[in-house]
Design a binder for this molecule. Structure first.
Ligand SMILES: NC(=O)c1ccc[n+]([C@@H]2O[C@H](COP(=O)([O-])OP(=O)(O)OC[C@H]3O[C@@H](n4cnc5c(N)ncnc54)[C@H](O)[C@@H]3O)[C@@H](O)[C@H]2O)c1
Length: 247
């Protein structure tokens, strides 16, 4: 068991049963955070929570009620919510050739709605306690596009959400940032792993992304989209800012 269970800051991590979320839970717990692992996969979440000396809560991020419950449980168990890492996602359930409205919704309900509901659930508690930090996991696919069209659409939207909402939250001392990892060696990539490596592509270790999330949590800036690439230092993306046309 790792982590200081007596008074460290408190993080709720969605999608914390696997991959980047699990690595983030382990890393934060190892550095004194108290963690709550929220996931659909309760067996995996329980295992990670046990390793971290934390808690787990069964959560479908696509459910507004589940997000409210996860925040309430975190506060019940640990008294506060310093960070929410809104990280759960699925690969796109369809592309253009096999599109159905249901498959499209099945993608968006987790990858976009799940973050919006998590944000909405975390904000009242963070306002009440005088601040907090929310980190959303987007993707390089949110910056460049991807053949996984609707996954990339959701990940672009998350960057727009963060850039739009962050300035509105500054007065409440709530920071809101997003991380945009490149390829990461997690179960989500398992079926493509051999092909990606055969093409010479670098896969980041999930703990590299967890370390970047820890860096972002410690950074004073808000409203940023951080690029995270294997073997490189995490840094905020500089977006072009066109001026509104005027006469
Ligand atoms: N692996 C990569 O190459 C990569 C690259 C860029 C971004 N990302 C992003 O990183 C995040 C984590 O991905 P990962 O690679 O660790 O994947 P992963 O599949 O290892 O973990 C995702 C976790 O989310 C959980 N989950 C899925 N739907 C859920 C729901 N509705 N409610 C609650 N939990 C749910 C799963 O049970 C799983 O534990 C995702 O947002 C993903 O899009 C991954």
């Amino acid at each position: 068991m790792t982590g200081d269970q007596t008074g460290g800051p408190v993080a709720l991590i969605t999608g914390g049963a696997s991959g980047i979320g699990a690595a983030t839970a382990r890393r934060l717990a190892g550095h004194g955070w108290r963690v709550v692992v929220a996931d659909l996969d309760t067996t995996g979440a329980a295992t990670v929570a046990e390793e971290c000396g934390g808690r787990f809560v069964a959560t479908d991020v696509a459910s507004p009620d589940d997000n409210e419950r996860a925040v309430a449980y975190t506060v019940e168990e640990f008294g506060r919510l310093d960070a929410a890492v809104l990280n759960a996602a699925v690969a796109g359930r369809c592309a253009l050739h096999d599109f159905t409205p249901q498959r499209y919704r099945d993608t968006m309900r987790t990858d976009l709605d799940g973050v919006v509901y998590g944000l909405h659930a975390a904000l009242p508690r963070m306002r009440q306690q005088g601040g907090g930090h929310i980190v959303v996991t987007s993707s390089i696919a949110g910056l460049t596009g991807s053949p996984d069209v609707f996954y990339a659409t959701a990940k672009h939207a998350l960057i727009g959400l963060v850039r739009s909402a962050a300035p509105l939250l500054e007065a409440d001392h709530i920071r809101l940032n997003t991380v945009c990892p490149g390829l990461v060696d997690t179960p989500a990539l398992a079926s493509m792993r051999a092909t990606l490596l055969a093409h010479g592509l670098l896969l980041a270790d999930p703990d590299e992304v967890a370390a970047a999330i820890e860096t972002v949590l410690a950074d004073e800036r808000t409203g940023r989209a951080w690029s995270i690439q294997a073997g490189r230092t995490a840094e905020p993306v500089e977006f072009p800012v066109p001026q509104l046309a005027s006469r």
